[in-house]
Design a protein. Structure first.
Length: 276
């Protein structure tokens, strides 16, 4: 058991769960970013991991047989910026809800992979551009509304909009996509709706990472509805952590990214102590 004073803020059941997963032979630590490692930010590209979270990720990634992955709805390009992810980072990245994957250079010569279907995506991309342009023209003039371009679709942010403008934007974009792209996947989050012509979710991203890394147990933390897709796939030997409020399938809940950072730090110390 760690002697770190941070461990005193967690209950006995949580510490026992951490100690059990810290002893697994090959551990995959998969983490959402926004609202999990980083507080939610009014300017999305200004998001950064808390100092404690960044330090805990680095400590875990440096341990033997311990793989850290960021699993996010962000595109790989944006995720690398906000996560301050260097070319030599050992951290795996799964962006666009798992439709994009970047492996550490030590693992694969190909730095970025896209789990693309064999079919030509040009028609989907053309429709993406048309719908994004229509959404920008229709609603981005409203104060606090931001239409975010994404590799496989677009996102609608209303965090800073008035309730009436937010409702009008959401209903309008829902109608637009329902009419023009009825097969697209719709995902909701904290003051955001995302539309995508790709249907991967964090559940499939986590399954792929588990298989690729040979993990004997998975620790997963997230704060939003899309993270629950992954939470529900966790098995008996895994551990899910929900950051913040909301319904969850996770066994453990922490209040915010700062408390998650403390939890990750405790787990890193436990895992270091468990090394032969």
């Amino acid at each position: 058991m760690t002697n770190d004073t941070a461990s005193h803020q967690f209950g006995g059941d949580t510490l026992a769960a951490l100690e059990a997963i810290a002893a697994t032979p090959v551990l995959l630590v998969a983490l959402d970013f926004d609202g999990t490692l980083s507080p939610l930010h009014d300017q999305p590209m200004a998001a950064r991991a808390t100092p404690g979270g960044a330090a805990a990720v680095a400590a875990l990634a440096a341990l033997p047989d311990t793989i850290v992955a960021l699993v996010s709805g962000r595109s790989i390009s944006d995720l690398r910026i906000i996560a301050e992810h260097d070319d030599d980072s050992p951290v795996y990245l799964a962006g666009s809800h798992g439709a994009e994957v970047r492996l550490p250079e030590a693992v694969a010569d190909q730095a970025e992979q896209t789990h693309a279907s064999a079919q030509d995506a040009s028609a989907d991309e053309a429709l993406r551009d048309e719908l994004y342009a229509a959404a920008v023209a229709g609603w981005e003039h409203l104060p606090g509304v931001w239409i975010e371009p994404k590799r496989f679709g677009f996102g609608v942010h209303v965090r800073l909009a008035s309730p009436s403008d937010a409702a009008a934007t959401m209903s309008g974009t829902d109608a637009l996509v329902a009419e023009r792209a009825p097969t697209w996947r719709r995902r909701t989050g904290h003051n955001i709706v995302e539309y995508s012509f790709r249907h991967e979710g964090k559940d499939s991203a986590l399954a792929a990472l588990r298989e690729q890394t040979g993990a004997t147990a998975v620790f997963f933390a997230g704060d939003d509805v899309t993270d629950e897709d992954a939470m529900r796939t966790l098995g008996e030997g895994d551990l899910g952590v929900r950051v913040g409020d909301g319904d969850t399938a996770a066994r453990v809940r922490v209040a915010d990214p700062k408390e998650l950072a403390a939890l990750l730090s405790v787990m890193a110390q436990m895992r270091a102590a468990a090394q032969p």
